[in-house]
Design a protein around this ligand. Structure first.
Ligand code: CA
Length: 317
């Protein structure tokens, strides 16, 4: 009896305990399943986001590449057409369009409309002296402090001889990239690339390492034109820019005929004035929301067609 009672009691108690244990197990399984579902769903949405961003990235990549190829084809077409008349006078207009939701912009930068900084590593001494004078005036136009001595330092940095007065770790050779000038003593990053807030043009945007020879007056900025001739007035610059929009200049005689610039000024400009281009930088940007793809190519147009001298691409997202 006692044993029975005890048994019954023990049995009841055991069932109670087993029931409690089962509840805990069930609760545990439910919680585990909830956690698994949540983590799976998080993983899925994470993968989905990643896949979507990859798809966006590829879409932009091909939009940018297609734009670059199209721009090059346009240049070569223009080059082939212009060959009989001499050469391309000025780069095509910049473009902007949307394709498949991707915003594409194409900027053509004329390297021939910039000052050839590697002229310091080539040519005769008189020409180099002249180039240093122009560079000093350009720095002056752009409010770079100590313009004359900085221009001399740039010359020393690039020219072959190592006995200049301002040399320190000079390259004494042609530059590959304008940013190498950051090593020139007295020339700051702000002088070269401008102040972040300012809208004004930068020295870097008016210098080129890609070619030698004259500066294309059909694309050069006013500051550089004024640097080429100290006599050139603000009014002359406005006149040149207004006239070249109508029709690019063909030659120095054309410049003389179509503007009121004095003969003294024209003769001062003659040595450095160019009227065509053979080298252009293409800057392509493809944008989708906050994703950006960029391609930059330097194109040299010569007798057969064109070559890419340099190319780089990058993404931002
Ligand atoms: Ca030197």
């Amino acid at each position: 009896m006692t044993a029975d009672t005890h048994d019954t009691f023990a049995g009841k108690c055991g069932r109670k305990r087993r029931g409690g244990f089962a509840l805990v197990v069930v609760l545990f399984i439910v919680v585990m399943m909830a956690v698994m579902v949540a983590s799976f769903s998080m993983r899925t949405s994470g993968s989905y986001r990643l896949a979507r961003s990859r798809a966006a990235s590829w879409r932009m990549y091909y939009a940018a590449r297609a734009a670059a190829e199209e721009a090059k084809a346009k240049l070569w077409q223009q080059f082939v057409a212009a060959k009989e008349a001499g050469a391309i006078k000025a780069p095509p207009e910049n473009e902007e369009y949307t394709v498949g939701g991707v915003k594409v912009s194409i900027v053509y930068e004329d390297e021939a409309g910039k000052l050839p900084i590697n002229g310091f590593a080539a040519g005769d001494d008189a020409k180099r002296k002249d180039l240093a004078l122009i560079l000093a005036r350009l720095f002056d136009e752009l409010s770079v402090p100590n313009s004359t001595s900085v221009a001399t330092a740039v010359r020393d940095f690039v020219d072959e001889d190592g006995d200049g007065l301002r040399e320190s770790g000079a390259k004494n050779d042609a530059l590959f990239d304008i940013c190498e000038l950051l090593a020139v003593r007295g020339l700051s990053a702000e002088d070269l690339y401008g102040r972040k807030s300012a809208e004004s043009p930068t020295a870097a945007s008016m210098l080129t390492t890609w070619r030698l020879g004259g500066v294309n007056l059909n694309s050069a900025r006013g500051e550089l034109m004024k640097a080429i001739s100290a006599r050139l007035t603000e009014g002359d610059v406005r006149e040149i820019i207004a006239a070249r929009v109508e029709r690019p200049f063909e030659s120095i005689d054309d410049l003389r005929a179509r503007t009121k610039i004095t003969d003294e000024t024209i003769s001062e400009m003659t040595a450095w004035a160019g009227f065509s281009t053979d080298t252009m930088t293409l800057k392509i940007e493809a944008r989708l929301g906050s994703f950006v793809r960029r391609i930059e190519e330097v194109i040299w147009l010569e007798s057969t067609a064109g070559h890419t001298l340099y190319m780089r691409e990058g993404r931002q997202d």
